[in-house]
Design a protein around this ligand. Sequence first.
Ligand code: NAD
Length: 484
Amino acid sequence: MVDVKTHRMPIGGEWVESESGKTMETINPATGEKLGEVPLANGTDVDRAVRAAKRAFPDWSRLEPKERGKRLSDLGKRIAPRVEEISRLETLDSGNPLVGMRGDVLRTIETLEYYAGLAYEFRGQTIPGVHGRLNYVLQQPFGVVGRIIPYNHPFQFAATRLAAPLLAGNTIVIKPPEQAPLSALELYREIAEVFPPGVVNIVTGDGPTTGDALVRHPEVPRIAFIGSVETGRLIMRNASDWIKKVSLELGGKNPMIVFPDADVDKTVGLAVAGMNFTRSQGQSCGSTSRLFLHESLHDEFVEKLVARVRKIRIGMPIEEETEMGCLISKEQFDKVMGYIRVGQEEGAKLLTGGKKPDDPRLQNGFFLEPTVFDGVKSTMRIAQEEIFGPVLSVITWNDYETMLEQANSVIYGLTAGIVTGDLKKAHETAARVEAGYVWINGCSNHFLAAPFGGWKQSGLGREESLEELLSYTQTKNVNVNLNF
Ligand code: NAD
C-alpha cells in the first residue's frame, strides 16, 4: 500500500500550498491507486513563483559562469546516490518500467555534467568597423524562463531542461506534468541544497490553469515547451499577447525506412527498439511508428517482427523483469484504443496486440499489448496522426520516390531511421527526409551535444546541445567609440 501524501510546491525556497488551497490527485497508472496530492497552482501562485525567480535573477546572473556550471555538476552528484529511490518514484507515478527509469536518471546526471562543461561557450564576437570604433557582442540571459514539460520522462525533463537556462544565467519556473508531478518535487530536495532560493521554482497544476498563467505572464520573456502539437500551437498563440521567445519540442510520426539489403534479424531489433515499446510504451516523441518496409523483405520480416514483439515482457512497471509498463492515464488508453479501432475500420491488418493483456494482475492499470498493424496505407489516420502509444504501422514499398514522398507526407518532422548498407542511398535519403534528427542504421538514441528537435509541426528550436544553451541568451551588440 502506498503512503498517500499531500505535497507542497517549492516557490522562493519555501514549500507552499496553493493560494486557493486546491489540490490535484496523482495516481499510479499501473494500479489506479492514489499516490498523493499536489497543489493546483493558479495565476496568483504562478505570479508568486515568477516574482521569486525575478528576485533571484540579479545575483544568479552575476555569478561567474564556471560557478553556475559547478552547481549543475553538484546537482548531478547529489542525484547519483539516489538513482534507485528516484527511479522507483518515477516508475510509480509514470507507469514506465523501472529498468528504463534508471536509465533516465543516469542520463540526467550525464547531461548535467555536459552542460556544466559548457560554462564558457555562450560567448559573443567582435565585428570590425571603421577605425577607432569597435563592436563586441554579449550573449545575455533573458531573466525568468518558464519551462513546461510532458509526462513521458518527467524527471529527466525536469532535471535536464533546467541546465541550459540556468547556465546561461536565467532563473526558472518549472511546470511539471499533471499526470506525474512527484519526481520533479523530489528533485527539488536536491536543488535546494545546491541553488539559492528562487533560482528554481516549481508550480504544480494542470495546463489550462497553471501552464497558461505561466505562458501569459508578462515577466516571463522566454517560454520553453515540450508537449503536443495542439498545446504547442496554443502556447505560441497565447505567448504572442506579450512578445516572447518560444521554443517548442513537439510530437512526431516518424518513419523508419528499411531498404532491400537490410539484415532482417538486426533490423527487426531496430524496429522494435525504435518504437520504444519498452521504456515508455510507445509514448515517445521520437518513436519510429511508421515502418517503411521494402516488399522483398516483407513476409520474413513481418513474421519475425511479430514473434519478437510477442516476447516483450509486459508487467507491473516496478518489477525488475518488466520491459513494458502501462500508459499514463485512462484518457491516453482510450485514445490509443480509439486509433486501434480506426486502423481496423480503415482496413489495416491487426497482426498482434490491440487489447489489454490477459494477466489478471494487470486489469486495474492502463496496460495495452504492443500492437502491430500490417497493410497500412500512408493516407490512413494511423499513418498520419501521432498515436503516442505502442502501435507500429507497417507500410510496404517498392518504388523509392513514392516511398520518400509518403515518408514526408505527414505534418510532423521530428526523427527518421534509415536502414541500409548502401551509403549513397543512406545519405541521399538522410538529406531528403523531412526530419530534424536522423539515424542511419540506428534508432531512438540521443547523443549529448547533437542538436535534437523537429522540422515542420514538430517544433521550433533545438535542445541537448550548444544550440539549446545559446537559445537561452539574447544578443546585445555594444559599439565603442574610441575616438571620443
Ligand atoms: P501536452 O501538450 O498535453 O502537455 C504537455 C504540458 O503542457 C503539460 O505539462 C501540460 O500541463 C501543459 N499544458 C497543457 N495545456 C497547456 C496550456 N494551454 N498552456 C500551457 N501549458 C499547457 O503533452 P503530453 O500529453 O503531456 O505529452 C505528449 C506529447 O509531448 C506528445 O505529442 C509528444 O510527442 C510530445 N513530446 C515531445 C518531445 C520532443 O522532444 N519533441 C519529447 C517528449 C514528448
